[in-house]
Design a protein around this ligand. Sequence first.
Ligand code: SF4
Ligand code: MG
Length: 313
Amino acid sequence: KSGLVERLAERAGLKTPNPVVHALDDVSLSVNNGEVVGIVGESGCGKSTLGRVVAGIIEPSEGDVLYHGKTWQDMSPQQAGHARLAVQMIFQDPSSSLNPRHRVDEIVGAAALRHDKTTRPDLQAYVAEQMRRAGLDPVMSRRFPHQFSGGQRQRIGIARALAVQPDMLICDESVASLDVSIQAQILNLFLDLRRELNLTYMFISHDLAVVEHISDRVAVMYLGRIVEEAAVADLFAHPAHPYTRALLQEIPRLDTTRRQYSAISGEIPSPLAPPSGCHFHPRCPFAMPRCAIERPKLREIGSAHRAACHLND
Ligand code: SF4
Ligand code: MG
């Protein structure tokens, strides 16, 4: 349910006959321990909402999030507290999530101290360890966020997340605002941390090159639904869904100049009124009459490869 979207629609004089906006619609996805699962799609496809639901920031109106097989409701308050801490988000803009009046050691250490991950006498050494892990020199721990570059600020955000000893990082466009050369450094940092700390990732990005670089498995989203899911090499070599194929036609390489993908004709329809049947049918070059009527199910089309398209029947 999205109150904000409704209010905006109201202000714009739009009628919303169905006040419930399904930001996510029948999404089912599992992430295994130590895995990097990429979530791709154009803006408005629900990928950020999915990340926030998994992180426990948004509660789904229906359905469950299971952490090690348990829903939030199944957990004791203590277990739920642990699970919430174990799943940390890394956002796009580190500046807006770092208090400008706090020094880096305070930013990195505060939650760790609050949740007994370290003690006051050990705090300085503990913060230094997190900073080193995130690729920052601990001698800078008494500086303020504005004294760092954008890439370094993102590293501060990562050090802060590591300080509470998470199992999983949900990265929502975490490198999108950085220069391309810095992006590669941060992506490689995520991969190093995964090896070092056995971290699991949900990696949300509109950028296919970034997702291809970092993921083991990828889910492609379109207007609130997962339309395809496969191992990364399989998805990029054998995309089965027409939407995925269209996205891939414009994939740039990570180290060359970026281009926005634009191979797909037509605008993304409003999530307020998604098209009937297959949401992609108004833009799909292969659309058949049944596509406007019948919703294609996400089903197995190969080994660990799922797609939601009537062409695969
Ligand atoms: Fe295109 Fe139909 Fe497949 Fe949707 S179900 S992607 S409209 S062919
Ligand atoms: Mg987003």
